[in-house]
Design a binder for this molecule. Structure first.
Ligand code: VG1
Ligand code: CO
Length: 544
């Protein structure tokens, strides 16, 4: 079967953001839009010709249609073999796992992660390379440049592939293997954690848990791992069937969007453990009875306890956190005498450190935690880590975190998001702050003195590549910080993220409400950045 060459012209704005290209479904579904981007992947990744590609997505609206387009184009571009998840389903960490396990040349993930799905909502596509990690900035930039000159793409004139039937089929000369999306990932989890100990915890009587898959991709994974393999009671996995519109909700595991689960963990009869994951399965939220684990704390707790897990029993080599993530992990690294890195937002910046063996664990404040087992953040991995920890330490979630604060001090932390604000207003806010920076150091802001103010720039310690303008940092004496940056995953206007942190070493002051503890800093941030004047907003859209 000969490839068909289709003439096309470039679309503006196909530059991938923090995690791939994200647009409204109606943008992606217009003729040639997805095709142009996919062809730009093939044109810039020549090793895919003759190689193997993993393809899957989070099951959102347009997932199946996109996979059919990609399969035809892959065959026309000379890909030898594609591994595709049954029903078009693969979580982001499962794609990373498959790329690494089967040594493929890369993978394509179809997801807009935590963004809502449906005909009027979001879709996304990202490319992961042979290491299993998200493409680096230089690779996504090359793809973007290709989209700006593209004049043709290749496809095959052939019928749709049956994605629901396990087994191997041919498209032209290309082999398509429809695989179980869960099996390889579940095996990897079983190799890292003490499943027998977790099973015993579930059987001990009195321990009650819930997992909210939010009608997104982790449903089948959580069902297999938590209920089938670990014996959690039927019904433990809530909203376990992936739906194209995620039941009309944001598949975003946080206090604002996972309220059903949050409510189940409250009060004397509350669950002992609650967890949720996002659209594509790479995020996690961890709850105890009447207790929310801040993602930044979660990274620090996991690092301090990693040696208790079979997969990390020899200890960890180093830790990395994204810049806006709280400095709680830094204190653990310091106590352990290991390296701690501060990287720009986005998982792609951890790849080089993981590949070089400089770090074992890494995380982001945005409900992302992971390790060197794959090259993506991994929601269920974090859930299993916590369950293994609860089984070994025989303490509650709140007790484990309380102990951690007593040992290392507490980093109070919150993020305030102002979503879909006017893009020009947001840009003017950033510009205004940058202008203020030279005069800030040494200045008093409320009860705080500014230690430094800068526009975060990162030089990769492995390949020396430089990434500039990665967020505005205002460091205050005593360890408090205010960070502001604009989101790179939104699809409407601009989203301003304000990250606020303070450090409290005194255990007698560890039981305050987070928003109250940070109230003076929240006011300083609002006033300094002129948030109301420049965005027209008096309150954030989401507080996490
Ligand atoms: C957000 C988070 C970031 C995360 C990214 C992708 O990016 O802040 O930490 O890596 O989403 O997560 P931004 O640019 O909107 O702040 V996901 O779960 O989309 O893969
Ligand atoms: Co995600």
């Amino acid at each position: 079967m000969d490839p068909t060459v289709i003439k096309t012209t470039p679309f503006a704005g196909q530059r991938p953001g923090t995690s791939g290209l994200r647009k409204k479904v109606r943008v992606f579904a217009q003729p040639h839009y997805l095709e142009n981007f996919v062809q730009s992947i093939f044109d810039t990744q020549p090793e895919l010709a003759g190689g193997t590609l993993v393809v899957g997505g989070d099951g959102r609206y347009y997932n199946r249609e996109a996979i059919q387009i990609i399969l035809r184009m892959a065959a026309a571009n000379g890909v030898a073999r594609v591994l595709v998840g049954q029903g078009g389903i693969l979580s982001t960490p499962a794609v990373s796992c498959l790329i690494r396990k089967y040594h493929t040349q890369g993978g394509i993930v179809l997801s807009a992660s935590h963004n809502p799905g449906g005909p009027d909502e979001d879709f996304g596509i990202k490319f992961n390379g042979a290491t299993g990690g998200p493409a680096s900035e230089s690779v996504t930039e090359a793809m973007y440049e290709r989209t700006q000159t593209i004049d043709r793409y290749l496809t095959l004139d052939c019928p749709d592939t049956d994605l629901d039937q396990l087994g191997t089929v041919q498209i032209g000369a290309m082999e398509v293997q429809v695989i179980d999306p869960v099996a390889d990932y579940a095996a990897l989890m079983e190799s890292l954690f003490d499943f027998a100990a977790i099973k015993a915890l579930f059987n001990s009587g009195g321990f009650r848990l819930g997992f909210d898959a939010m009608h997104a991709v982790t449903g089948p994974y959580a069902m297999e791992i938590l209920e089938n393999r670990l014996g959690a009671p039927p019904g433990t996995v809530m909203n376990g069937v992936p739906l194209p519109d995620f039941g009309g909700h944001h598949p975003d595991p946080n206090l604002a969007h996972a309220q059903e689960l949050v409510a189940l963990c409250q009060g004397a009869a509350g669950l002992d453990f609650g967890a949720a994951s996002d659209g594509d399965g790479d995020r996690n939220m961890i709850l105890g009875k009447d207790f929310f684990v801040t993602p930044s704390d979660s990274l620090a707790v996991l690092a301090a306890n990693a040696h208790l897990m079979p997969g990390y029993k020899d200890g960890i080599r180093g830790i990395a956190r994204s810049m806006p993530t709280s400095q709680a992990a830094d204190r653990v690294a310091e106590a352990m005498g290991i390296e701690c890195f501060e990287t720009p937002t986005g998982w792609k910046f951890f790849g080089n450190l993981l590949d070089a063996g400089r770090i074992t664990l890494c995380g982001e404040e945005s409900f992302g935690t992971g390790s060197d087992h794959v090259r993506e953040k991994d929601g269920l991995w974090a859930v299993l880590f916590w369950l293994n920890l609860l089984a070994v330490r025989k303490q509650s979630v709140a007790e484990i975190v309380g102990d951690h604060w007593r040992q290392f001090g507490r980093n109070y932390y919150t993020r305030h998001d102002y979503e879909a604000v006017d893009a020009q207003g947001a840009a003017s806010l950033v510009h205004h702050l940058r202008m203020l920076f030279p005069e800030l150091p040494g200045k008093r802001l409320g009860d705080y003195t500014v230690a430094y103010a800068d526009d975060f720039e990162y030089t990769d310690p492995i390949d020396a590549s430089v990434s500039s303008h990665q967020g505005l940092r205002i460091g205050l004496e005593g360890g408090a910080r205010i960070v502001l940056r604009l989101s790179g995953t939104g699809t409407e206007g601009a989203t301003l993220r304000v990250y606020i942190e303070s450090y409290e070493p005194d255990p007698s002051k560890h039981q305050q409400d987070t928003q109250e503890a940070l109230a003076p800093l929240i006011v300083i941030a609002r006033e300094l950045a002129q948030i109301e004047a420049r965005t027209g907003r008096t309150e954030p859209t989401v507080i996490t």
